[in-house]
Design a protein around this ligand. Sequence first.
Ligand SMILES: Cc1cc2nc3c(=O)[nH]c(=O)nc-3n(C[C@H](O)[C@H](O)[C@H](O)COP(=O)(O)OP(=O)(O)OC[C@H]3O[C@@H](n4cnc5c(N)ncnc54)[C@H](O)[C@@H]3O)c2cc1C
Length: 388
Amino acid sequence: MSADLREPLSPEHLHYRDSARRFVAAHIVPHRERWEEQHRPDRSLFEKAGTLGVFGFGAPEEFGGAGFTDFRFNAIFSECLAEQDALAAGLCLSMQADIAMPYLVHSTSDEQRARWLPGAIAGTSIVAIAMTEPGGGSDVGAVQTSAVRDGDDYVVNGSKTFITNAGNADLIVTAVRTGPGKHLSLLAVPGSAPGLTKGGPLPKVGQSGADTCEIFFEDVRVPVADRLGEEGGGLRIIKRHLTQERLIVAVHGLAQAERAFQLALEHARERRAFGRSIGAFQHNKFVLAEIKTELDIARAYLERLIPQHTSGRLDHIDAAQAKWWMTELCKRVVDRAVQLFGGYGYMREYPVARAWVDSRVQTIYAGTTEILKDMIGTSLGLREDPRG
Ligand SMILES: Cc1cc2nc3c(=O)[nH]c(=O)nc-3n(C[C@H](O)[C@H](O)[C@H](O)COP(=O)(O)OP(=O)(O)OC[C@H]3O[C@@H](n4cnc5c(N)ncnc54)[C@H](O)[C@@H]3O)c2cc1C
């Protein structure tokens, strides 16, 4: 990737990047395979990441946060993971840092922040966001898990599936139905609440070290004081935070694609067939030239959005565009990189093979490509004609 396509990094960014690289090398890379076998990272990983400050960007200083928002720091951490073929292994950290934290920082009362932020920022409390249900994920407004008011509590019944961090989670921000139509609310449910059970790890084709489980709620009592925002305001909060969720998945997609390109280029230079390097065949040269061009164009767009998000100006449609484009690009790039590796590209010990299975889900979670294109199209005024 051309260095001049990047926003310039300040000495603080460069310093953080060095620390993050060392962190990934010391605390993630050596444990990847063991986590894949146990289908989740060790809880202690979160606490170690807390000392690096991963969860504190955008969070107030009084609770242990950085006291400022600069999404470049969030992006740098994920890029450091991808550089060392550890994006899937570190995904649970990104889930907490980039996707769950904004709910706790921006959609809570002062009293709730004082209870939940110190542990979440320190990494002693592991947080999950539970929206998807067995009956459907794309149509968030159709959530069926119910929360019925009983005195100062809600009584929650239902189930969630595919929930990242669920197995380790201490706090599960859960979307529940509190009324008809789009009347959803968000409740922060302790992972140890009576009546809450977690399924075993879901066997996935990739991202095997990520903690993904089902959650079942049977008459779980949750104090009204643990509701985020207004009753019935859940969907508005979810929509607000999906912008950052989609931006970070776009960051993952591009970082993963750039890493796959780097691996493929090195292989194309070194691997020989018919007396020359395979990269010297015109077809392969063109493949790599096309990938390089697409990556540079994608990088220029993403680098424009990151500062916009930092200053609170990122439009949710831009985030949707970036998410579907970067993740579909990643899918294409990784697939072509596997082809360039030949049989080795299909061997699990090769990072490019891991990238192939690990990255596939990116076009599915955080809004499928189809849902995002639908949103973008609707923003262009293309709605179903009510006259039929
Ligand atoms: C590894 C992993 C981790 C996850 N982590 C979490 C998590 O932490 N928290 C959480 O809440 N969820 C999580 N999810 C769930 C994820 O967000 C959903 O899988 C996703 O939203 C899609 O929902 P679905 O699987 O029910 O598919 P469906 O909604 O059933 O969609 C199936 C297909 O239909 C298409 N489709 C649906 N509606 C339309 C439409 N209007 N127009 C065109 N096509 C349409 C979709 O694009 C898709 O191709 C995770 C999923 C995975 C696999």
